[in-house]
Design a protein around this ligand. Structure first.
Ligand SMILES: [Zn+2]
Length: 91
Protein backbone atom coordinates (compact mmCIF):
# COMPACT_ATOMS: atom_id res chain seq x y z
CA UNK A 1 0.00 0.00 0.00
CA UNK A 2 2.57 2.55 -1.05
CA UNK A 3 0.70 4.18 -3.93
CA UNK A 4 -2.31 6.25 -3.08
CA UNK A 5 -4.34 9.24 -4.19
CA UNK A 6 -6.01 11.81 -1.96
CA UNK A 7 -9.58 11.72 -0.72
CA UNK A 8 -10.84 13.62 -3.75
CA UNK A 9 -10.88 10.24 -5.48
CA UNK A 10 -13.90 9.39 -3.32
CA UNK A 11 -16.13 12.04 -4.91
CA UNK A 12 -17.76 9.65 -7.37
CA UNK A 13 -18.38 6.74 -5.05
CA UNK A 14 -19.64 8.92 -2.21
CA UNK A 15 -22.04 10.80 -4.48
CA UNK A 16 -23.26 7.40 -5.70
CA UNK A 17 -23.97 6.35 -2.11
CA UNK A 18 -25.61 9.51 -0.82
CA UNK A 19 -27.81 10.32 -3.80
CA UNK A 20 -29.93 7.29 -2.92
CA UNK A 21 -32.95 7.43 -0.61
CA UNK A 22 -30.97 6.48 2.48
CA UNK A 23 -34.05 5.25 4.34
CA UNK A 24 -33.95 2.24 2.00
CA UNK A 25 -30.24 1.62 2.69
CA UNK A 26 -29.40 -1.33 4.90
CA UNK A 27 -27.23 -0.81 7.96
CA UNK A 28 -25.45 -3.42 10.07
CA UNK A 29 -25.59 -2.70 13.78
CA UNK A 30 -22.11 -2.73 15.35
CA UNK A 31 -23.56 -4.04 18.61
CA UNK A 32 -25.89 -6.93 17.66
CA UNK A 33 -25.12 -7.45 13.96
CA UNK A 34 -28.70 -6.96 12.81
CA UNK A 35 -28.93 -5.88 9.16
CA UNK A 36 -32.06 -3.86 8.41
CA UNK A 37 -33.18 -0.95 6.29
CA UNK A 38 -32.77 2.37 8.05
CA UNK A 39 -36.52 2.95 7.85
CA UNK A 40 -36.91 0.38 10.65
CA UNK A 41 -34.56 2.25 13.02
CA UNK A 42 -35.86 4.18 16.02
CA UNK A 43 -35.21 7.93 15.69
CA UNK A 44 -35.23 10.23 18.70
CA UNK A 45 -35.36 13.98 18.26
CA UNK A 46 -32.60 15.26 20.52
CA UNK A 47 -32.25 18.90 19.50
CA UNK A 48 -30.01 20.13 18.01
CA UNK A 49 -29.91 16.74 16.34
CA UNK A 50 -31.23 13.22 16.20
CA UNK A 51 -30.20 9.92 17.73
CA UNK A 52 -30.85 6.78 15.65
CA UNK A 53 -31.09 3.49 17.53
CA UNK A 54 -31.19 -0.14 16.38
CA UNK A 55 -34.73 -1.51 16.41
CA UNK A 56 -33.42 -4.85 17.76
CA UNK A 57 -30.95 -4.01 20.55
CA UNK A 58 -31.64 -0.26 20.92
CA UNK A 59 -27.91 0.58 20.76
CA UNK A 60 -27.00 3.83 18.99
CA UNK A 61 -26.47 3.40 15.24
CA UNK A 62 -25.80 7.01 14.35
CA UNK A 63 -26.27 10.56 15.51
CA UNK A 64 -26.87 13.75 13.58
CA UNK A 65 -26.04 17.14 15.05
CA UNK A 66 -26.84 20.38 13.27
CA UNK A 67 -24.85 23.48 14.15
CA UNK A 68 -25.89 26.39 11.98
CA UNK A 69 -25.10 25.48 8.39
CA UNK A 70 -23.03 22.45 9.42
CA UNK A 71 -24.32 18.91 9.88
CA UNK A 72 -22.21 16.33 11.73
CA UNK A 73 -22.99 12.62 11.32
CA UNK A 74 -21.49 10.01 13.64
CA UNK A 75 -21.79 6.50 12.18
CA UNK A 76 -19.80 4.57 14.75
CA UNK A 77 -22.71 2.23 15.53
CA UNK A 78 -22.89 1.05 11.91
CA UNK A 79 -20.32 -1.43 10.57
CA UNK A 80 -21.76 -1.58 7.06
CA UNK A 81 -24.06 0.64 5.05
CA UNK A 82 -25.37 -0.58 1.71
CA UNK A 83 -27.47 0.95 -1.04
CA UNK A 84 -28.67 -0.59 -4.27
CA UNK A 85 -27.68 -4.14 -5.02
CA UNK A 86 -23.92 -3.83 -5.47
CA UNK A 87 -22.79 -0.70 -3.61
CA UNK A 88 -21.53 -1.14 -0.06
CA UNK A 89 -19.44 0.82 2.40
CA UNK A 90 -17.88 -1.17 5.20
CA UNK A 91 -15.85 -0.11 8.17
ZN1 LIG B 1 -28.52 -3.75 17.24
Amino acid sequence: MTDHVDGNALAGILSELFREDMTTATARCAHCGDVSVLATAMVYDAAPGWCVRCHVCEDVLMTFVRAGERLRIDLRGVTALEVGSTNAVRS
